[in-house]
Write a protein that binds this ligand. Structure first.
Ligand code: K7E
Ligand code: CUA
Length: 649
């Protein structure tokens, strides 16, 4: 079954070759001519102009939707306006982000510490799946969660100010992928593993795969009032050593359940240098893998009854217990599938075939009936009950080569990304028939539609998140940007509107929310607010209380910032002193942000209006160190500076 994968490489290359003959440049604008002259001068068709009119957003106008896209290897979250496709922000999450001072001061350093794995600082993340917080299975615009697949971690971003406020990680698992997804009222943030390993970071020989290696799904308890994940109230369920893949939470009819698909139920682990089949061959033998169904409400009760063991601080329901308590069921799914997406009404689950040309539509009521009647077709080697495939599905839709992820609109249509065909397929959920297809460029992974994974999708817009861009943009060397393609869903035929290069990582997934559901603050109040607590910092300063105090633990500098000075603008310390800077931006004018940096000390802060930052460092080198404001805040911005004087011992 390696042909489709091989073809995935060939098709874009063939397309590229076909295109190399044609010139795809657009001439420069033809001065003040009429529209027709402009079209001619720039070599634009009517379809081009219609696409431009649908995305062009004049200065001062705002976008209707906001997309939160994963930043992939960049480890940061990207905020994009739709339909203009203007980038509005990168939110620092797993990777230091200098402009926001993220990772260059005490508060954000503490987040980097939360994100350590086994005591080691991790300097990057592989972000895959952002998930907006939900109330009654609708985006509520309050929080967004993201995962790091490589160093399994989950982060919480507060949408009051679009900053990361927490990172959690458990050594229980070594890699995640079914993350992050939320339950319909954000009771839990889901993180399930991908590559099995002995739970808890132990060593076991890989030949002990079947006995010692395991997967797990973690239910991170979210406390909405505090805006924090509570690790002590979280729990995990042990899973067989298959490669669990994507996850989605049931809603409405299927509320209380979580669905996770899987591949490598063959339990292959490679060994191609040791005379065995390569991993991907071993993992593609079976015609069926298993869709996991997990009853998380029942699991909560099992946890409350104390039927757990604790591994590296995490309460874990053992696989045997999960089976005995009726928490875990399997349904066959063809064949090394990829996406799993619950339909808006929560009645059905769509699974993308990946190595199979169909999307399979599972019916929750049918599956639940089999479970309630204890009617099982067989068991897996660990004793997990398996439902009958035919009795669990309503049907299949023939999609094309390499169907992956599915999103929905408000007209009863599903949209599936088709990786190998590099297309988006629009199909009817009611009669399981494709009604339209559109080419994308190239090798689409996820796609996102407006509120497309909630109980009431909006339709309107779709973004194809393409892995390859080949010939779409000017050449920039061998590493090319990703390509987000905006597609209009308003007509009966899908229309390609816009290509947006993204040059910082492979974004994978995104969420698209109605912009007016977001209600971000304009500045921090009261003055001196610490963004991590959203309360006034004990060390907050005003211009009147700015001062320098020598204490047992070092020199404390209480500093205010306002256009166009820092107070104090001279700091005198002795070589070897520990310096604690407590800086408050006392401005209350929208967008009056100051920056603060000191050379050679890795100190760089962003001080938005009302914000308070703390930063600690040792003045271990005698010398004269200018500090200055890094935001061009005023006519006297260049004068907004001062000196750190470190006197030799
Ligand atoms: Cu398909 Cu990580 Cu969601 Cu990428 S995964 S595409
Ligand atoms: Cu403050 Cu420049």
């Amino acid at each position: 079954m390696n042909t489709p994968l091989a073809r995935s490489l060939w098709i874009p290359i063939a397309v590229a070759l076909a295109l190399t003959g044609g010139c795809s440049e657009v001439a420069s604008s033809g001065g003040d001519g009429s529209i027709t002259d402009l079209m001619k001068a720039r070599n634009l068709s009517e379809a081009d102009v219609s696409a431009a009119l649908k995305t062009y957003t004049p200065t001062g106008r705002h976008d209707e939707y906001i997309t939160f896209a994963s930043g992939g290897h960049g480890g940061n979250l990207i905020v994009i306006g739709v339909p203009s496709m203007r980038i509005l922000k990168y939110v620092g999450v797993f990777t230091p982000e200098p402009w926001q001072g993220y990772g260059y001061g005490d508060q954000t350093d503490s987040l980097m510490v939360q994100g350590m794995r086994d005591g080691r600082q991790i300097k990057w993340g592989d972000m895959h799946h952002p998930a907006l917080s939900e109330t009654n299975a609708e985006y509520d615009g309050k929080y967004i969660f993201v995962n790091d697949k490589a160093n399994p971690r989950v982060a919480v971003i507060d949408l009051r100010d679009f900053i990361t406020t927490q990172i959690v990680s458990t050594e229980l698992i070594e890699c995640d992928h079914g993350a992050t997804m939320v339950t319909p009222n954000t009771e839990y943030v889901i993180e399930s593993s991908q590559y099995p390993a002995p739970l808890g970071g132990r060593y076991a020989p890989i030949e002990k795969w079947n006995e010692e290696y395991r997967g797990a799904v973690i239910f991170w308890k979210f406390d909405r009032d505090k805006g924090k994940i509570v690790p002590d109230q979280s729990f995990a369920i042990e899973l067989p050593p298959y490669m669990q893949d994507l996850a989605d939470a049931g809603r409405l009819d299927s509320d209380g359940w979580v669905f996770i698909n899987s591949f490598n139920t063959e339990r292959a682990y490679g060994g191609n240098l040791e005379g065995k089949d390569p991993l991907e061959k071993g993992a593609s033998q079976n015609d069926m893998d298993y869709l996991h169904m997990i009853d998380w409400r029942k699991a909560e009760k099992v946890v409350a009854a104390g039927k757990t063991k604790t591994i590296v601080g995490m309460r874990v329901i053992a696989l045997d217990t999960a089976i005995a308590e009726g928490l875990l069921y399997f349904v066959p799914e063809p064949k090394s599938p990829h996406g799993i997406d619950v339909t808006p009404d929560g009645k059905e689950m769509v699974v993308g075939g990946k190595l199979d040309t169909h999307c399979t539509v599972y019916n929750f009521a049918m599956m639940k009936k089999l479970i309630d009647a204890k009617e099982f077709a067989s068991k897996d080697p660990y004793g997990v009950p398996i439902l009958d495939f035919k009795k669990s599905i309503r049907g299949q839709c023939e999609i094309g080569l390499g169907p992956l992820h599915t999103q929905f609109d408000n007209q009863g249509f599903a949209y599936t990304s088709v990786f190998i065909d590099t297309q988006i397929a629009k199909w009817s959920l009611a009669d399981l028939k494709v009604v339209d297809k559109i080419d994308v460029h190239y090798n689409v992974g996820h796609l996102v539609t407006a509120e497309g994974d909630t109980a009431s999708p909006d339709g309107k817009y779709l973004i194809a998140m393409n892995k390859w861009s080949i010939d779409r943009f000017n050449k920039v060397g061998p590493l090319l940007p990703q390509n987000f393609q905006l597609i209009d869903l308003n007509g009966s035929k899908m229309q390609l509107l816009y290509d947006m290069p993204l040059p910082l990582g492979e974004p994978h997934y995104a969420q698209m929310i109605k912009a007016d559901k977001l209600n971000p603050i304009e500045m921090y109040t009261p003055i001196g607010t610490n963004p991590l607590t959203h309360a006034k910092d004990p060390a907050a300063t005003t211009a009147d209380t700015a001062r320098i105090e020598r204490k047992d633990d070092g020199v404390h500098v209480y500093m205010s910032a306002i256009r166009s000075h820092f107070k104090p603008d001279i700091i005198r310390v002795k070589e070897g002193d520990r310096v604690h800077l407590h800086i408050t931006n006392v401005e209350q004018a929208f967008d009056a942000t100051h920056g603060f940096c000191i050379n050679s000390h890795n100190v760089n802060l962003s001080l938005e209006p009302g914000k308070h930052c703390n930063v600690t460092f040792v003045a271990d080198r005698p010398g004269v160190f200018p500090y200055y404001c890094t935001e061009f805040c005023s006519a006297l911005h260049l004068e907004m500076a001062g000196y750190l004087l470190v006197e030799p011992k």
